[in-house]
Design a protein around this ligand. Structure first.
Ligand code: MN
Length: 395
């Protein structure tokens, strides 16, 4: 079992018009939220987050329940800021310590944190910071770009890299707290930690001061140091404390990791693409084959026959069907010199209606025959096929 006693204090400070910090503590959950945003929107964000966290944790007293509640608060604050112009740009930090129950039924303290509110652990008068600030300057310290001393005065030390209600995806630092009976935990907003150095925090938070004395003197000291921001302090002291069966210390993100995003969809995609490399040409070939086959069948049929016809006054041999088939129009293969007007009238009528012949030779023979029947087609009735052929010119 784990049990704690608690005390908390919050103050507007000496400079700010309103207190946008929010605090909640009971026997199993402690939360500090430092809201930001104009027109009291910061207050809305911090209050909303605390309400959602509390409600979510009452429903599900596990690490997952605590994390999910922060996720839900993030979406709620974000949507509210989108829907309400007065709440545009609002957000909040959150630091929450919950007594979570694990699979083996052990109740132990779990810390969840987003932003630059802090948690410290105190033991025998010594103070250890449990959380990393999610601010630009502090991230740069962790990257080695700034020293802690440079970060303390850096203009971007207050600029958050993570917050509740800032983006749809949220990364939450989640950790099991390893504590001993008698250990104290301090949760605070930056209005406290910016005004007081760690030695002062340690001294004012520890015994012999009671929890109640400690939180009040912490707030007073921060105000004496300038009180430039809202100040919130929560102190917890463990009477008894258990270790989590499976301790956790990691950042849980609702963001899909870039690796997962890159590999998961491409694996089937790649396989699909591979299939296409041989299936598509095969399908195209098959389609082309059918198409080409059909083309030749129709083409063969369309041009399998010949006929004689009137080509602008002269007798001509055409290959194909007189009216054409599909886009296969008849082709003129020979143009004779025989004038249609010279033909016998019955032949002329026949010719104008076209005279079908099975082959080109048959068509030429019939053309010659028509000529021989005509009175004056420029050739005698004794004209042989061979001499007639010489009078034909390629159309
Ligand atoms: Mn603050």
């Amino acid at each position: 079992m784990t049990h704690w006693r608690h005390a908390e204090a919050t103050d507007t400070g000496l400079v700010r018009q309103s207190n946008q910090d929010a605090v909640y503590v009971d026997d199993s959950l402690a939360i500090v939220a430092d809201g930001m945003g104009g027109h009291a929107a910061g207050e809305v964000a911090s209050e909303m987050t605390i309400e959602m966290l509390h409600a979510g944790f009452v429903e599900n007293r596990t690490v997952e329940g605590l994390y999910n509640a922060i996720n839900a608060a993030n979406i709620t604050v974000l949507n509210d800021a989108r829907d309400n112009p007065n709440h545009f740009g609002m957000g909040t930090t959150v630091i929450a310590l919950g007594l979570t129950v694990d699979d083996e039924g052990v109740t132990s303290p779990t810390l969840c944190h987003v932003g630059d509110s802090r948690a410290y652990q105190l033991r025998d008068g010594a103070l250890r910071q449990l959380t990393d600030d999610h601010s630009v300057a502090e991230e740069w310290v962790r990257m080695g770009r700034l020293t802690p001393e440079e970060a303390a005065v850096h203009p971007r030390r207050h600029q958050l890299t993570r917050g509740v209600g800032v983006e749809e995806a949220i990364a939450v630092d989640v950790m099991s707290v390893h504590a001993l009976a008698g250990d104290r935990l301090l949760l605070c907003s930056d209005g406290l930690s910016n005004e007081l150095d760690s030695d002062t925090l340690a001294r004012l938070s520890s015994a012999p001061f009671t929890l109640e004395e400690a939180v009040l003197q912490l707030v007073e000291a921060a105000k004496e140091a300038g009180g430039r921001d809202n100040i919130t302090a929560v102190l917890l002291e463990f009477d008894e404390v258990s270790e989590a069966s499976t301790p956790i210390k990691r950042t849980i993100s609702s963001i899909t990791p870039p690796d997962a995003r890159a590999t998961t969809p491409t694996t089937p995609k790649r396989r699909k693409r591979h299939r296409l490399t041989w299936r598509t040409p095969a399908a195209l070939l098959l389609f082309a084959g059918v198409f080409v086959g059909a083309y030749f069948v129709v083409h063969w049929y369309a041009y399998s026959t010949y006929y004689l016809g009137n080509d602008a006054g002269t007798v001509a041999v055409f290959q194909g069907q007189p009216s054409g088939i599909l886009w296969f129009k008849p082709i003129k293969v020979f143009d004779t010199n025989y004038h249609v007007s010279d033909l016998r009238s019955t032949d002329r009528i026949q010719l104008n209606q076209t005279i079908a012949e099975p082959t080109e030779a048959a068509a030429l023979n019939y053309a010659t025959y028509l000529c021989t029947q005509a009175t004056s087609c420029g050739a005698s009735t004794t004209t042989t096929t061979s001499t007639t052929t010489t009078t034909l010119k390629k159309g």
